[in-house]
Design a protein around this ligand. Sequence first.
Ligand code: F6P
Length: 357
Amino acid sequence: MLRIGLLTSGGDCQALNAAMRGVVKTLYNRLGDVEIYGFEEGYKGLIYGKYRLLANWEFSGILTKGGTILGSSRQPFKLMRVPDENGLDKVEAMKQTYHKLCLDCLVILGGNGTHKTANLLSEEGLNVVTLPKTIDNDIWGTDMTFGFQSAVNIATDAIDCIHTTAASHGRVFIVEVMGHKVGWLTLHAGIAGGADIILLPEIPYDIKKVADAIDRREKAGKRFTILAVAEGAISKEDAALSKKEFKEKQKRSKYPSISYELADRIKELTGQEIRITVPGHTQRGGSPCPYDRVISTRFGAAAADLILKKDYGYMVGIINGEITKVPLSEVAGKLKMIDPDCSIIKEAKNVGISFGD
Ligand code: F6P
């Protein structure tokens, strides 16, 4: 009997359940029977032996369900080798749970941090297959992660709603989109929502250029300006600071997030009235969009295929529309960031979007 461990780790997103369903349905359909152990709250369940045997029926009716039936938590990779408060060696504990249950493979659904630990477990001799989840779409080795398109829909809806009220009142509106390190979500939602200015972590902005773009719109008779701003958007001055100096500055800052600082600076320079909207975790919530249901089902089925072939140590991904497998050692520790010179940025600039650079 094949024995599989399943866990979802890191920040949740849409289609985690759909992806697990894809794995399990494929294994049941191809093998007839299989034992599935679900670990609770990500790596925590594997470390502390919190798991349950999942029945086949538990994977029915979850294709459209948001969140994760297993729960999730963030377990930072940098602390994995650091014993917990009771002196427990977490990596050894995870290996022990795996061997105690005589698992054939661990299927891990997660983002960047999760992949570093998945690679570590693979290097430690465990059979691991992973699936790329995150609304940030920043996992190296795949064109797309599940969760991303659903989040783009939600962030775009937020910008669409702002558009109608912005047109009535003639103000400057900032919509803060998730993404601390990368701006894919902001870029796509910004273009889809018709934002006038998009600020991304990968393209540090010059506040004067942002203000100029707003002034230009006003002079052209436009009554409002909408900015789509990534959580990790950064000014040119701040980008020039060392990591340590920037962290210190953030600690001292009176602003809850970048949008509030930006709003103050824009007000100083343009005198305009500014409003801020932060959709926050709504972007990770709710039912997956059809695209995410399809891609996560494909990823799940492909992961099951790797397990049946005993082809371990890979992340399933998609490149140019084709399902692929990428060695975990290549994925771990890399971020898929936006190249400021890439074609989507050029196209966005061609239609008049300012990136404040
Ligand atoms: O990585 C997904 C993500 O939603 C980011 O876009 C965001 O910056 C972060 O997680 C928020 O994390 P948390 O849910 O821990 O506040």
